[in-house]
Design a binder for this molecule. Structure first.
Ligand code: FPP
Length: 223
């Protein structure tokens, strides 16, 4: 059985979940944020080292301004509230993505959460915000001052340089695509797609997916 050290999740379906109940999309994002806390606690209790969550992509700026503004406020509120959970569960908080586009106040909340949790030694929760793999790779390449670069050089320049590759990638919400999430890091990840909308994603389903992962044989191109 392969070790499961890093789970990545594309949390899709908040908008549809809200619509199904006749509510506005932002209602779904609130429910989605609650689910983040529930899943984070479970993954940390399972002794898994890294949990990466796609919270806002470089492409999400194309959404209605009101939704983008809501997501920014939610993120800030979420982080202030989540700090207690992170400390109680010995979880370190990190982000990947280009922070420079965010407001100074949001950057402060983010940096404060990173700082306060930096000595926690359990799981690391990695939030991907203003993140896109292509953007990350280009930023990395441009930061390397070498004529010829190796895979290691690139890996050491990625936002994920302190973490290991993704072992399992889950996407909720029914679509079967990676949407520019951790493309380099998921080269050998086992992929799981579920129709369940993110706010409905249960810990039972997570356990079931993990059980399924343990039965897969990963050969990394070998035999
Ligand atoms: C996809 O749902 C969700 C996102 C835009 C990103 C995920 C956001 C959350 C889980 C909530 C906030 C999280 C944090 C950490 C504060 P969608 O709107 O694309 O749903 P749809 O496909 O049904 O429209």
């Amino acid at each position: 059985m392969d070790a499961l050290k890093h789970i990545a999740i594309i949390m899709d379906g908040n908008g549809r979940w809200a619509k199904k109940q006749g509510k506005i999309r932002t209602f779904g994002h609130n429910a989605g944020a609650k689910k983040v806390i529930e899943v984070t606690k479970r993954v940390s209790q399972l002794g898994i080292k890294y949990l990466s969550l796609y919270a806002f992509s470089t492409e999400n700026w194309k959404r209605e301004k009101s939704e983008v503004d809501f997501l920014m406020k939610l993120l800030s509120k979420f982080l202030k509230k989540e700090l207690k959970t992170l400390m109680e569960n010995n979880i370190k908080f990190r982000i990947i993505g280009d922070l420079s586009k965010f407001s100074k106040s949001l950057q402060n909340v983010i940096n404060n959460t990173i700082e306060k949790t930096k000595n926690n030694s359990g799981m690391t929760q990695i939030l991907a915000i203003n993140y896109g793999s292509r953007d990350e790779i280009i930023r990395a390449v441009n930061s390397i001052e070498k004529e010829t670069i190796t895979q290691k050089d690139l890996e050491n320049a990625l936002d994920t340089k302190d973490f290991c590759d993704v072992d399992m990638l889950i996407r909720t919400g029914g679509e079967k695509r990676l949407s520019n999430f951790l493309l380099w890091q998921s080269a050998y990840a086992e992929l799981f797609f579920t129709k369940t909308l993110w706010p409905d994603f249960s810990l039972e389903e997570l356990d079931h997916i993990i059980m399924n992962f343990k039965q897969r044989e990963r050969r990394y191109g070998g035999i």
